[in-house]
Design a protein around this ligand. Structure first.
Ligand SMILES: NC(=O)c1ccc[n+]([C@@H]2O[C@H](COP(=O)([O-])OP(=O)(O)OC[C@H]3O[C@@H](n4cnc5c(N)ncnc54)[C@H](O)[C@@H]3O)[C@@H](O)[C@H]2O)c1
Length: 433
């Protein structure tokens, strides 16, 4: 069976279905369609389906022109008709994996998607989970749901896990040139999935099983979350020691071996770093193992917005102004520079904390024209020399490139720079994290 399927893959004679057309699923569907595979995206939100079928994109990393060309040629379709799943030879699941309010994993989207696939599962179909999740999800959660069909994983159908490592906004590394990790329920499952991805991705890294592949992704993001927490703590120490943390990092980075720079900031954001380590922590707690690094990192990173508020309060106090009733402008609402994604952005926490303290807070972000924070919608304010002068303090939360930082420095009364965006400017009105 494997040889026959490999032959069909080589000749681009298999149909690829991608479930969930978000930040991960849409670029992946586009890459398969571009690679010559008849690709169908399955999406619950009808609006997204209509966008695709109209040749429009809602993800900044995917060009409208590309979607419209692929849709016109018939290579890419989108649908909310899940009965068409049975027509697909490979189905890749890219649905969200959020956290519950209790910080436990919410795998309900994976369960729903697996049930949708299970209803019409047929022999020799290949199912691949890409959603980030805890080790064991593919085998312990997805496999039993798919086997409700009466078919056996590894015998009648193929089941694997392959984490998505996409970095939104990254111009250098995209799907094609980011090595792809793949682990199967059986070695055969891995082999066939690896062969499929090798048609569109330059380097495939097969690992022993699906659990290993699941943990690779969590290691990558836990590594980042822990190191950011460590440097955030060093930044807090530097404040006490009256040492410039940015200068320390820059000097330490000259060591040609054994040091990798991480940078402090007002916290961590996005759909991955604040969430993924919690998936690992939850799994380990269920095995009676205390995940100490993950918990410490979460404790430090989640307190950074409060640290910024207390620094801004100090700065205002030094000018005899209380935080309450001060006018504040936050620059950058997205969770990282030059993207529009503000999910879990620490800038939102900062904004909410300033409001709670009675300050009049506005924000400016060319990528995020409006945002909902604690049930209220706010719009990005235009900034000019005149409007900047009206604020008591400007806070750089996310350093988008392309902003006129010289004008911001020239016209702001006080600036708290949480990202070292203003390192080239010398002014006594700039305070750094
Ligand atoms: N965004 C990133 O940078 C990134 C990077 C690597 C990994 N991931 C992981 O990839 C997964 C997807 O993340 P995302 O950022 O693309 O999420 P997203 O919210 O942007 O997109 C998910 C899409 O899935 C749709 N959906 C939900 N249930 C569905 C179902 N049963 N059938 C079809 N569609 C369904 C939603 O409507 C949504 O459009 C998550 O597990 C995430 O942790 C994300």
């Amino acid at each position: 069976m494997v040889k026959t399927i490999e032959n069909l893959i080589k000749r681009k004679k298999i149909k690829v279905g991608v479930m969930g057309l978000g930040y991960v699923g849409l670029p992946l569907a586009v890459e398969f369609a571009r690679g010559g595979f008849e690709t169908t995206g399955f999406e619950m939100e009808k609006e997204k389906v209509l966008y695709i079928m109209d040749g429009e994109s809602y993800i900044p990393d995917v060009q409208c022109s590309e979607i419209s060309a692929l849709v016109k040629s018939g290579g890419l379709k989108a649908t909310w008709d899940f009965s068409k799943l049975k027509l697909q030879d490979a189905i890749i699941i890219c649905v969200p994996t959020p956290l519950r309010k209790t910080k436990d994993p919410d795998v309900s989207f994976i369960i729903t998607a697996a049930k949708q696939v299970s209803i019409s599962l047929r022999k020799s179909q290949m199912i691949i989970l890409e959603s980030t999740t805890y080790p064991g999800t593919t085998r312990e959660l997805v496999k039993p749901i798919l086997e409700e069909s009466g078919l056996k994983a590894g015998k009648d159908f193929f089941l694997s896990f392959s984490p998505e490592r996409v970095d939104p906004g990254n111009k250098k590394y995209g799907i094609k040139n980011t090595p792809k990790i793949i682990g199967g329920i059986t070695p055969e499952c891995e082999k066939i999935s690896s062969f499929l991805y090798s048609q569109i991705i330059s380097r495939i890294i097969p690992v022993s099983n699906s659990e290993t592949a699941e943990l690779v992704k969590l290691l990558e993001n836990t590594f980042r979350a822990v190191n950011i927490a460590m440097i955030n703590e060093i930044a807090l120490m530097c404040h006490k020691l009256k040492i410039d943390v940015w200068e320390v990092i820059e000097a330490a980075s000259t060591k040609p071996f054994g040091f990798m720079p991480f940078y402090p900031g007002p916290g961590i954001g996005g759909h991955c770093l604040p969430l993924d380590p919690q998936y690992l922590a939850w799994k380990m707690k269920s095995l009676n193992f205390e995940p100490r690094f993950v918990e410490l990192a979460e404790a430090i990173n989640s307190k950074m917005p409060e640290h910024v508020v207390s620094r801004v309060t100090e700065i205002l106090n030094s000018g005899k102004k209380p935080l309450k009733s001060s006018r504040l402008l936050l620059i950058g609402m997205a969770y990282k520079p030059d993207i529009s994604d503000a999910r879990e952005s620490p800038a939102k926490d900062l904004f909410a904390l300033f409001k709670e303290a009675g300050a009049f807070a506005d924000y400016h972000d060319p990528y995020v024209p409006e945002i909902e924070i604690q049930g209220k919608t706010y719009c990005s304010k235009k900034i000019t020399g005149k409007t900047l002068k009206n604020y008591d303090c400007t806070i750089i939360a996310t350093p988008h490139s392309g902003l006129d930082y010289a004008a911001i420095v020239k016209n702001s009364k006080r600036i708290f720079d949480a990202r070292n965006a203003l390192k080239i400017f010398k002014s006594k009105n700039i305070w750094k994290l």
